[in-house]
Ligand binder design. Structure first.
Ligand code: EPZ
Length: 411
């Protein structure tokens, strides 16, 4: 079937890969462009399905949003507060487009966001913060209407969990709200700092990005700017885990290794060698892989939840046992069934996946179904180390966050 990946495993990887801009930075930046009165250019944006969906959302709000070579340009004032239901319902990040519409037009209408089925993923923290800032949400079935009859105003908000998305929503709302907002318990992920830097470059006043307390002074308007989003630490983690699983040597350029330090450290413990430079890392594995023992994810700077299935794929190829717990999402390891089909030893219990040791006969090719974005990429990584051919179906999940993953690996 068109779109399936066919992977012939059992060959080491060798090469240099440039790490593209981060999906999870580009999507909030595209939402932020709705706040800007001048044109916005995001430089070097990978061709991802979620980027195309985001451009469709911007167009449905009345903006011009188009690709210009490797860049994306967004221009024009949003004229409609209603987001196209199709793209909105297919992507988690669609919820981020509401706060800017609310701030500029006093109204935003959407459907509940879609995205990977890796947990319950409510939007209560987004909504509770917006209510504190003067918004009235109305939920009818799948349809969400937000209004702010008297406009948005600053507030003192404390998040009970440092949600990345809720921090982004409230940062976007506060940038044009009247008065000052203090956001406590905020997410500290690098994508938040990227968003704050973008808003400040457009004339915003945000302090504290990268810490758990953000202070935002609302502005009357924001200009546009040219901006290069930060590199994708999860893409880099994917290739690093692929080098561990398949063996060989992969150089990752254009991304500071500190952004995915926990992944590199665990791979080193497992027997890989890692050479680090300012914005490059080389991951090599020529000998055996050892079990990693027990590891768990956390919020930044801990091990990223998105990297958990990818590391699990590398663990599948180790001679010892490992276990990995995702504390962020309840159903992170939808890839476990595919790992078993490849002949891997796995046991899923709640949020914990126990992996390995590698059977003496190794892994063998199989037909696999991508369960979600990172779980799908994890199956690709595992298939690279399996003898024979594997077929990966439902690759539309993977295309949401990786541009040409197969071509990159084949090269
Ligand atoms: C972002 O999702 C990323 N997506 C995810 O990447 C990533 O896994 C996640 O952050 C954690 O790092 C984008 O940036 C587009 P959260 P987000 O709000 O914002 C709970 C990928 O593969 N929660 O930090 O949705 C939630 O259920 C994707 O690229 C609430 O309870 O994540 C979860 O348990 C997958 N109420 C936890 O917080 C809320 O209102 C963390 O979610 C919001 C979240």
């Amino acid at each position: 079937m068109a779109g399936d990946y066919i992977i012939t495993g059992g060959r080491p990887l060798n090469g240099t890969v440039w790490v593209p801009a981060a999906k999870n930075s580009v999507l909030p930046l595209l939402a932020a462009s709705l706040l800007c009165s001048g044109p916005v250019r995001l430089c070097g944006v990978p061709e991802l399905a979620d980027v195309a969906e985001s451009l469709a959302l911007l167009r449905s709000a009345g903006c011009t949003a188009e690709r210009q070579g490797a860049d994306v340009r967004v221009d024009g004032v949003p004229g409609s507060g209603t987001l196209a239901a199709g793209p909105a319902g297919r992507m988690r990040a669609s919820i981020l487009f509401c706060a800017p519409l609310l701030a500029r037009l006093g109204r935003a209408q959407t459907v509940l966001p879609g995205g990977c089925r890796i947990g319950a993923r409510p939007i209560d923290l987004h909504l509770a913060g917006l209510v504190q800032m003067g918004a009235c949400p109305q939920l009818e079935g799948e349809r969400l209407l937000l209004t702010a009859p008297a406009g948005l105003h600053g507030a003192d908000i404390t998040l009970r969990f440092p949600s990345v998305g809720a921090t982004e929503t409230l940062l976007l709302a506060a940038a044009l709200a009247q008065g000052e907002t203090t956001l406590r318990g905020a997410a500290r992920e690098p994508e938040i700092s990227d968003l704050a830097e973008f808003l400040n470059r457009c004339g915003g006043r945000i302090e504290g990005a990268g810490t758990s307390t953000l202070r935002i002074e609302g502005r009357r308007g924001l200009s546009g700017c040219d901006f290069s989003p930060l590199p994708d630490r999860i893409f880099a983690s994917t290739l690093a885990c692929a080098a561990a699983a398949a063996g060989g040597r992969v150089e990752l350029t254009g991304c500071p290794p500190a952004l995915y330090a926990p992944v590199l450290e665990i791979l080193e413990q497992m027997g890989c060698t890692v050479e680090r430079g300012a914005d490059r890392a080389e991951v090599a594995r020529f000998g055996r892989l050892y079990g990693a023992g027990r590891v768990f994810t956390g919020v930044y700077p801990g091990l990223a939840t998105d990297a958990a299935p990818l590391l699990a794929a590398a663990m599948l190829c180790a001679e010892g046992e490992s276990s990995i717990e995702d504390v962020v999402f309840e159903r992170r390891f939808g890839c476990a069934e595919g790992f078993e089909r490849l002949g891997g030893r796995v046991n899923r219990s709640g949020r914990v996946l126990s992996v390995g040791p590698l059977p003496e006969s190794g892994l063998h090719g199989a037909t696999l179904t991508a369960p979600d974005l990172r779980g799908g990429a994890a199956l690709v990584v595992a298939a690279l180390s399996a003898r024979g051919k594997s077929l990966v179906e439902e690759t539309r999940h993977i295309d949401r966050g990786y541009a040409g993953l197969c071509e990159v690996l084949a090269s």
